[in-house]
Design a protein around this ligand. Structure first.
Ligand code: ADP
Ligand code: MG
Length: 650
């Protein structure tokens, strides 16, 4: 005798039950040859469906062997079994097991997805099959819009989608009226005539009489095995021969496109749920993008201000970094230090500053303003040009002259609009000073005070007339070249320590200041990053939760997909895609809202915002990654489902 197509040898199937195990199939020895029409009969609970699941590679025997074309299925991995389900077997279930959201054509076409057949071709094949089965006018109906008989014919089309040399039908007529049942049976006969091997489970003696052989199960054992000749039926169904490819690894793009379309379908189907889940991701991404835009704006503003002061400046301040003052009561940073500093190599000029508050009066107006005692090189060193007039000269400084340059705000407050302050006399303290110039505007300092609300007078005059002290708060040293900052800083340090006898000063360098500002900003950025990570984790947990719900709700669908040949990996991809799509869409919306929010903030608050691509791309990338990470667990749960159990789920 020729080799059997399907060969069970001493197959046993046990299930755990309570503390023990129940044996559902015992010592089943059965050979099915290609082209046979076999009916399996037996009372309910006798193990028919269990036998069918073993035959269809949805389930494995506990003991014994099952060979297909001589190959022991025990040696095959999960993917190889999926390939067999995909291309060798076609399942027809009593309860049709169609997917409620899909049309007849889409339902019938599913097995071809997992065989890697492109969409256009699988649709045309599904249409052809449905027409053959008399459903040409029901192609785009949903299962709920079809009668039982029609649904069962859709499921037959699905079974035939990948060619299915062997059709396994588990009580296909059990839920049908007698007329529809007869049609289904006729179709099975036609398929038998067309060369398919048919295994049909039925309760009905009448139906069984159509088969070429009947086996009877009782309590998990084969109790009868009778061959008879079937009545002849004219062949009607011709299965189109454009079958999908039979490969172990169908092309990924086809499966992925299906996953994407299923994901979108499911997300649209559960709109509110999707929107709420997405909200977490949207809020996280949007807040990061907006806050970074504002933060970067603030950083840019601070850096611009520091740069406006000059990056080639060294700032010498009185006193130590700590509270320790000059221990010997020596007055430090005095006019005597200036020539020492300005003659150092690499130094352009050294500009002292002594600060105090003075009352300035013109006509009947008086103001309290910060007064700065300084030298003639102030505008050059501090990069602060005059708006009108000139700054005072070195002769003014050495001559203790009563001259002043006014900040723009001071000039505007003291003098009417049509009166030029130049050459006028203002009272500063108790002495009349001649206004020689008005400074250009510098706006508001990083600490928030108006830089234009100051007056400048020679430090000589300031110390003798206004402040009554000889020392300076600080001295700014302009260096010829920014690359000389370090060596000049060292030589200043050496010269001052030598002349003062101790280190009673601090040298700050603008480059350090910029570093500090940058560091502050980086701390801020890291903080934002932490906020982003936390909100994405929260959002991700939402995504994980909803994907788990989705897996639970669609367990049966997963079972169907596995039964028609989806590999675990395909199921994993499907649910992972769903999670990633939620996060990616959330990410895009978040970026758009974040940019809009950043712009709105800058509009409303008058802040500078810097919107750049990097944070947007990064935030989106993180959202995408969140989908992958948090979708993985539920997707893996789906991929690990047992097809038989999944199919049994309601
Ligand atoms: P039939 O299809 O002939 O009605 P089944 O093959 O579905 O019978 O089931 C046979 C017996 O095996 C039943 O008693 C059923 O309760 C039991 N059974 C089937 N599947 C499982 C399972 N996964 N776990 C425990 N018992 C099972
Ligand atoms: Mg059954």
């Amino acid at each position: 005798m020729s080799q059997a197509l399907l060969e069970l040898w001493q197959v046993r199937r046990e299930f755990p039950s309570g503390n023990g195990r129940i044996t559902v199939l015992r010592d089943i020895c059965l050979s099915i040859h290609a082209g046979e029409f076999l009916a399996v009969m037996g009372p309910s609970g006798s193990g028919k469906s269990t036998l069918m699941n073993v035959l269809g590679c949805l389930d494995r025997p506990t003991a014994g062997s099952y060979r297909i074309n001589g190959i022991d299925t025990a040696l095959l991995g999960a993917d190889a079994l999926a390939q067999l389900r995909r291309n060798t077997f076609g399942f027809i279930f009593q309860r049709y097991n169609l997917m409620a959201d899909l049309s007849a054509v889409e339902n019938a076409a599913i097995p071809a997805v997992y065989a890697g057949m492109p969409q256009v071709r699988r649709t045309s094949r599904a249409v052809e099959l449905l027409k053959q089965l008399g459903l040409g006018d029901r192609l785009h109906h949903r299962p709920s819009q079809l009668s039982g008989g029609q649904q069962q014919r859709v499921s037959i089309a699905r079974a035939l989608m990948n060619g299915a040399p062997t059709i396994l039908a588990d009580e296909p007529t059990g839920a049908l009226d007698s007329h529809s049942g007869e049609e289904v049976l006729r179709t099975l006969h036609e398929l038998h005539r067309a060369g398919h091997t048919i295994v049909l489970i039925t309760h009905d003696e009448q139906i069984a009489q159509h088969a070429g052989r009947i086996i009877r199960l009782h309590d998990g054992r084969i109790v009868a095995n009778r061959v008879r000749t079937a009545g002849s039926v004219a062949a009607g169904v011709v299965v189109p021969d454009n079958v999908p490819p039979n490969s172990a690894h169908p092309p990924a793009p086809v499966v992925f496109a299906e996953a994407l379309s299923m994901a979108l379908r499911s997300l649209v189907h559960n709109r509110l749920r999707t929107a709420l889940t997405m909200l977490g991701i949207v809020i996280g991404v949007a807040s990061v993008v907006a806050m970074l835009a504002v933060g970067n704006g603030a950083k840019k503003e601070v850096l611009e201000r520091i740069q406006a002061m000059g990056t080639d400046l060294l700032d010498i301040k009185r006193g130590l970094a700590a509270v320790r003052g000059s221990s010997r009561g020596v007055v430090t940073l005095t006019p005597e230090d200036l020539p020492l500093l300005s003659t150092l190599p690499g130094v352009v000029a050294a500009v002292p500053e002594s600060d105090g508050i003075a009352v300035i009066r013109y006509g009947n107006k008086d103001l309290q303003v910060p007064a700065v005692g300084t030298s003639e090189t102030f505008p050059e060193v501090r990069n602060w040009p005059l708006q009108s007039g000139t700054f005072f000269t070195s002769a003014d400084v050495t001559g203790y002259r009563l001259v002043a340059a006014l900040g723009l705000s001071v000039a505007q407050e003291l003098f009417p609009e049509d009166e030029s302050p130049l050459g006028k006399y203002v009272m500063i303290g108790t002495a009349p000073f001649q206004v020689v110039g008005v400074m250009s505007s510098k706006g508001v300092s990083s600490r928030g005070y108006d830089l234009d609300y100051q007056v400048w007078i020679p430090y000589t005059t300031a110390s003798s007339l206004l402040f009554g002290r000889r020392y300076f708060e600080d001295v700014s040293v302009k260096v010829t070249n920014a690359s000389l900052m370090k060596p000049v800083e060292q030589s200043i340090h050496a010269v001052l320590v030598r002349s003062h006898g101790e280190e009673d000063f601090n040298i700050r360098n603008m480059a350090d200041l910029i570093d500090t500002a940058n560091q502050t900003q980086n701390t801020f950025t890291n903080l934002l990053g932490a906020v982003a990570v936390i909100s994405l984790i929260v959002g991700g947990i939402g995504v994980m939760n909803i994907t788990l719900v989705s897996v639970t709700e669609r367990t049966r669908e997963i079972g169907i997909r596995m039964a028609v040949g989806a590999r675990s990996f395909d199921v994993l991809v499907q649910f992972l895609t769903e999670a990633v799509v939620v996060c990616a869409i959330g990410g895009i919306i978040g970026v758009v809202l974040g940019v809009a929010g950043g712009l709105a903030t800058s509009q409303a608050m008058g802040w500078l915002t810097v919107i750049s691509a990097t944070p947007c791309v990064l935030a989106f990338g993180c959202a995408f990654l969140t989908g992958l990470v948090f979708g993985f667990l539920p997707a893996r749960k789906a991929a690990r489902l047992d097809p038989v159990e999944a199919l049994a789920r309601d």
